[in-house]
Design a protein around this ligand. Structure first.
Ligand code: FAD
Length: 452
């Protein structure tokens, strides 16, 4: 035991920080964790959790419409925004309390306030100084709005969940998964949504077929999806906001949501007082044990510029605590991390895109399937599911699985296990399907895809 106030001082009680603090404390370390805004961080308060609740809310309208041809009759109920917003608030408050209790339950000291590094062994919160043997920075990222005429009217994902009034007309700017998800949420809730992306096709980094299929399906849901266009200015008018685009068009809106990127959350952290090296992107550079260039200071989660996903931050928090307080050397394995985009329909993906697989393995075999989900044979909805498997031809190993369709996120979790275990296409082929499901298509795609 050191002569310091704590063995570990964690800055930021988000996904990574809370997990590291809980585990280190459980292993017997004397731990403090400082949080200046909300327990549970981005995921719990303004990220994964409220977003998924809003995704559920946005699907009821569509479900109601789809039910008509199954015999459900009557007027479509109206959506009332304050009910969703306030029920969400209550649920998040419940989760905030659970997070605090979990930390206190393992004797970690929770300190409310913004933490600042004084030196490599001292952290200040307000006017109090705490000495510590090690410091873990897990401060995450923060949404960023570029500077342009009228940018002060733009909101970000931090504000959108708690808007006072429901935006009947919403402009979403950005082409990443967060922008795509919010466009789907508000479209489903009844807003007239325009989504703008400056590039030729959104969802950069995803498989090209998935990006194209998602664009096609999202357009069918009613989102006015526009590529190769950006915002020039936003003006406030008596009729709300007026967004002028780089192509000269204008779009009236009640709210303009910017989801064009997030920046490392380092403001006021006192990095000038220590020797922590940053990357060109401003993220904290760490080695595979989350050690920064300053001995005794560690960092993990989004602030290190990795995959920016909650389960990744959690895995890193656990690996850090085990490594430092249990002397267990197993590093985080970043291969085949599955992800989902909760747009409508969902995207689920694991492993290499076609382009990446081609570059990595040379010869690959593709399997693709496009079909109408069974539910829509009766509902009449014009929605198509798309699935794709990418196989390394030499080893027969499945190295990529991608899907656009209902429940793609749920389906992909199981495939990720199989793929991490090295499943070959032959194993997929001899796996019996679950009938009738969409997922069974992943084990019944027999004919390799041939380009026309
Ligand atoms: C809209 C949105 C949707 C998302 N959806 C998903 C999803 O569906 N699935 C998924 O896996 N991931 C999702 N993410 C990403 C996920 O939220 C992050 O990857 C995850 O929260 C990262 O955890 P972290 O611990 O690195 O940082 P965070 O969770 O961001 O926590 C950092 C904490 O540090 C605090 N802090 C910062 N500076 C200080 C300081 N100086 N002193 C004290 N406290 C400080 C902050 O207030 C914050 O609470 C989403 C993110 C957003 C924005």
């Amino acid at each position: 035991m050191s002569d310091k106030d704590y063995d570990l001082f964690v800055i930021g009680a988000g996904s990574g920080g809370v997990r590291a603090a809980r585990m280190a404390s459980g292993f017997g370390a004397r731990v403090a964790i400082a949080e200046d805004r909300y327990m549970g961080g981005t995921c719990v308060n303004v990220g994964c959790v409220p977003k998924k609740l809003y995704v559920y809310a946005s699907e009821y309208g569509k479900g109601y419409e789809d039910g008509r041809e199954f015999g459900w009759q009557g007027d479509k109920p109206a959506f009332y925004w304050p009910t969703l917003r306030d029920n969400k608030k209550n649920e998040i408050s419940r989760l905030n309390a659970i997070y605090k209790n979990l930390l206190q339950g393992v004797q970690a000291e929770v300190i409310d306030g913004r933490a600042r590094l004084v030196d490599a062994n001292t952290v200040a919160v307000s006017d109090r100084h705490y000495t510590t043997e090690r410091i873990l920075i897990a401060t995450g990222t923060w949404p960023y709005v570029p500077d342009f005429p009228g940018s002060e009217y733009a909101i970000t994902s931090n504000e959108v969940f708690d808007l006072e009034n429901f935006p009947e007309r919403l402009v979403v700017v950005g082409g990443g998964y967060i922008a795509v998800e919010f466009a789907g949420i508000f479209n489903g809730l009844g807003s007239q949504v325009t989504q703008l992306y400056r590039g030729p096709l959104f969802l950069r980094g995803f498989d090209a077929d998935i990006r194209a299929h998602a664009a096609q399906e999202i357009r069918k849901t009613g989102v006015d999806l526009r590529f190769e266009v950006n915002v020039e200015s936003i003006a406030s008018t008596p009729d709300g906001l007026l967004v002028t685009l780089t192509d000269g068009q204008t779009v009236p809106a009640d709210a303009v949501l910017y989801a064009t990127g997030r920046r490392p959350h380092l403001d006021g952290l006192g990095l000038e007082n220590v020797n922590v090296v940053l990357s060109d992107a401003g993220t904290i550079v760490v080695d595979h044990e989350f050690q920064t260039s300053e001995p005794g200071i560690y960092a993990l989660g989004d602030i290190t510029g990795g995959m920016e996903l909650t389960p990744v931050a959690l895995a890193e928090g656990m690996a850090f605590a085990r490594r430092v307080y249990r002397d267990s050397a197993s590093p985080v394995d970043y291969d085949f991390i599955p992800t989902a985009v909760f747009c409508q329909p969902n995207i689920g993906t694991v492993g290499f895109t076609e382009e990446e697989a081609q570059a990595r393995f040379g010869k690959i075999t593709l399997f693709k399937s496009t079909f109408r989900p069974m539910k829509h044979t009766i509902s009449g909805r014009d929605e198509k599911t798309f699935m794709k498997l990418i196989v390394d031809t030499a080893s027969d190993r499945v190295v990529g699985a991608h899907m656009v369709g209902p429940d793609a996120g749920e389906i992909m979790q199981g495939l990720a296990i199989a793929m991490r275990a090295g499943a070959t296409k032959a194993v997929f082929d001899t796996t019996i399907g679950i009938h009738p499901t969409a997922a069974e298509e992943f084990v019944t795609m027999r004919e390799p895809w041939q380009d026309d």
